[in-house]
Ligand binder design. Structure first.
Ligand SMILES: [Fe+2]
Ligand SMILES: [Fe+2]
Length: 261
């Protein structure tokens, strides 16, 4: 059995957030919705969630996007600091970008900069092979206006997942991505444009599951009525009291564990 920990939606701010002016200030206010623009509180929540994951114990921790509020370089630097402070081996962490991260620095630029220690596990299509399963980092980030929060799986990653699933036979394959692989309310604004390509893969390989963020809700869903849960999401670190979710990869599938189990 391989234990996987899942956290999402940190929405980190930079220390000098209150010094923003003009468009930059209006933009972060708009993107932050009604969440307080409190740098310290958000950083503390991220650190507490990482400490909780460490206590729970895992072989891989996946962070499914919206790691920053608007992708500013100093926000990525804060993310790097809290990850280093957590004491978790970078090879044991998979990061993927969310729509909020893509409003700023490009993901590759972030991985070449402050997030370099996590690049090997977090680059689009990166495969982390564990004892009992494989984790694939899938970027759904697209450059778009802040009034949209949609996503698209970039070319190439799903071919990698397909290949890994064929090679892995009965070993589970976990896709870490930000957007849910199904249509959502106001799909054109908020949804994953090519979600059917992901569900096509899930139908083709019973061993493939998806861990996602974006919805800020802890949910699970099956592909077909009465079938096992294959798509899992967790609450947002920025707002949720218990944002950590734990899974076991075993017997050709991913199963949700009670947190603390
Ligand atoms: Fe979010
Ligand atoms: Fe999001």
């Amino acid at each position: 059995m391989t234990r996987i920990a899942h956290l999402s939606d940190f929405h980190l701010l930079e220390p000098a957030i209150r010094a923003r002016r003009g468009q930059a200030w209006l933009r972060v206010n708009y993107l932050s919705l009604k969440r307080a623009l409190d740098y310290e509180q958000r950083r503390a929540r991220a650190s507490a969630a990482l400490a909780e994951a460490r206590r729970a114990g895992f072989e891989q921790l996946v962070l499914t996007g919206d790691l920053t509020e608007d992708g500013a370089l100093p926000q990525y630097e804060v993310l790097a600091e809290v990850l280093v402070e957590s004491g978790i081996d970078p090879a044991r962490i998979t990061l993927v970008p969310g729509n909020h991260d893509a409003y700023g620095l490009g993901w590759d630029e972030a991985l070449d900069g402050p997030l370099a220690p996590w690049a090997a596990t977090s680059r689009h299509g990166a495969v982390t092979r564990l004892r009992g399963c494989s984790v694939v980092a899938v970027s759904t980030a697209v450059v778009q206006s802040v009034v949209r929060s949609s996503g698209r799986v970039e070319a190439g990653a799903l071919d990698i997942v397909d290949k890994v699933a064929r090679e892995s036979r009965r070993r589970p394959v976990v896709l870490a991505q930000h957007h849910p692989p199904f249509a959502v309310a106001h799909q054109w604004v908020h949804g994953l444009v090519n979600h059917r390509e992901v569900t096509g893969l899930l139908h083709a390989h019973r061993t493939v599951s998806v861990l996602h963020g974006h919805t800020h809700q802890r949910r699970e869903r099956a592909l077909e009525l009465g079938g096992p849960a294959r798509i899992f999401s967790t609450g947002a670190v920025v707002t949720d009291a218990l944002p950590l979710r734990m899974y076991a990869a075993a017997d050709g599938a991913v199963h949700s564990l009670a947190t603390g189990a």
